[in-house]
Design a protein around this ligand. Structure first.
Ligand SMILES: Nc1ncnc2c1ncn2[C@@H]1O[C@H](COP(=O)(O)OP(=O)(O)O)[C@@H](O)[C@H]1O
Ligand SMILES: [Mg+2]
Length: 428
């Protein structure tokens, strides 16, 4: 096991010296997260406060930058805690919940606040459920739903959408539900890929929101049969421009990840990644501007059939992330659940490594129930890589002793009935 201070780095992982100096130059940052920060760049939640968040009426946690281990019985509140952290990324969190579901039953609205230490300093991030006012118009805009809207604050400033979260902090997660990722429809895989892209290109979140809003608007106008040709053309133009930017960003990240995985993933299987769809083919074959023109033309031609289907004939919403188990030369969809999990860990670790290079710190990783399903060798390899990456990884499980190899390199908490208490000593 690599000691915390003995930064042995995996191949291809260079410690960004500038970010490191940046943290060291900020006394507030160093004292906020413990002395171990002086030896490497990290991103870490150093304070988490929850209000009426699912089973938590109120929770306050003070942390340092080390990985966080949460153990306790089923139903204790471990996944809920990870879900709260997942709301520091754009989207609907790791359960894809409706905002109202997250309100503590009989209470709410929920709120989550964190102090996040990153390579550029300390940020205060807050998010939560803004319940709808019944006198407000029924118009549903970006980040809104009939369920109310999610508010986002970064350093006291209220942001217009959730995209600002992706600039503030990179958060990435793996959950047991994702074992079905390769067996399900392409929507879940697109969202998975988009979350990977947020780590590299925070603008991606804004583009996805703008694209989806334009697509919904166009579908509404077509459904209502309004002959608003100029407005439809404007929406289709927006879909073409944002759509091509989205598809290009996805392709670039999938290619980088595939290369990083090819260069080595240790004990985990090598995954092949490719994005496939009409727009991705167009981008592979020709320039982006030609792809944009093709989307505009295809959408204009397809108005009649889209009015009937309720969809949109082409665009990045037709793409799929195709993953292969390279060792077995087999599509991921045909692999076992254990192999799925191992492939996802490969992708998550490669992603963490690349994000660390780009942003100066790895993402905050949320690994729900991951350790229990790995054999001892792979579990040790996972822990070792996470420590080498210096990622603040939040891990859950029912069995504290599985995390014993992490020793003092992690902070261990017991979770029981929505109370989170530091474990006395390190589990053995
Ligand atoms: N909106 C809510 N209000 C209150 N309790 C909730 C809400 N949503 C879920 N819970 C409860 O939170 C508890 C803990 O769930 P979870 O975090 O998934 O446990 P685990 O520790 O097994 O991961 C469950 O018993 C569930 O009933
Ligand atoms: Mg759970």
């Amino acid at each position: 096991m690599t000691a915390l201070g003995g930064a042995r780095r995996p191949a291809g992982y260079a410690q960004p010296a500038i970010a490191q100096a940046d943290i060291a130059a900020r006394p507030g940052a160093v004292s906020a997260a413990g002395a171990d920060l002086s030896v490497g760049a990290r991103a870490a939640v150093t304070r988490l406060a929850l209000t009426d968040f699912r089973c938590y009426a109120r929770l306050k946690l003070v942390l340092d930058a080390r990985p966080v281990v949460l153990t306790g019985p089923n139903g204790a509140g471990k996944t809920n805690l990870l879900e709260a952290l997942s709301f520091f990324a754009p989207g609907r969190g790791l359960r894809r919940a409706r905002l109202g579901e997250v309100d503590r039953i009989g209470a709410g609205p929920w709120g989550a606040a964190a102090t996040v230490l990153g390579p550029t300093g300390v940020l205060e991030i807050g998010t939560g459920h803004d319940r709808p006012n019944h006198d407000r118009s029924g118009d549903v805009g970006e980040g809104q739903s009939t369920d109310g809207r999610r508010v986002v604050r970064v350093d006291g400033r209220t942001e217009r959408g959730q995209a600002a979260l992706a600039s503030a902090v990179a958060v990435f997660w793996l959950t047991p539900d994702m074992d079905r990722l390769f067996a399900e429809g392409p929507g879940a895989r697109r969202r998975f890929l988009d979350r990977l892209v947020y780590g590299f290109d925070p603008e991606h979140a804004r583009r996805v929101a703008v694209y989806e809003h334009a697509m919904r608007e166009r579908a509404r106008i077509l459904r209502e049969g309004r002959g608003d040709g100029a407005w439809l053309s404007a929406l289709e133009d927006r879909m073409a421009r944002e759509g091509v930017a989205i598809a290009s960003a996805r392709r670039a990240v999938a290619e980088r990840l595939a290369r990083a995985i090819h260069d080595g993933v240790g004990a985990f299987p090598k995954a092949g990644l490719a994005v496939e769809g009409p727009l991705d083919r167009a981008l592979a074959e020709g320039p982006a501007l030609a792809a944009e023109d093709a989307v505009r033309a295809a959408l204009a031609t397809a108005r009649g059939e889209d009015a009937i289907s309720g969809g949109a004939a082409t665009g990045p919403h037709k793409s799929d992330l195709v993953v292969r188990h390279l060792g077995k030369d087999m599509p991921a969809a045909l692999c076992s659940t254990g192999e799925h999990k191992a492939l996802l860990i490969s992708i998550a670790l490669a992603n963490a490594r690349l994000v660390a290079l780009d942003r100066g710190a790895p993402p905050i990783l949320l690994l729900d129930e991951v350790a229990a399903h790995l054999d001892a060798t792979r579990r040790a390899a996972l822990f070792e890589t996470l420590l080498e990456l210096r990622a603040q990884t939040w891990m859950t499980g029912t069995d504290a002793h599985l995390f014993a190899p992490l020793g003092q390199a992690a902070q261990h908490f017991a979770v029981a009935e929505a109370a989170v208490v530091p474990l006395a000593g390190v589990p053995s």
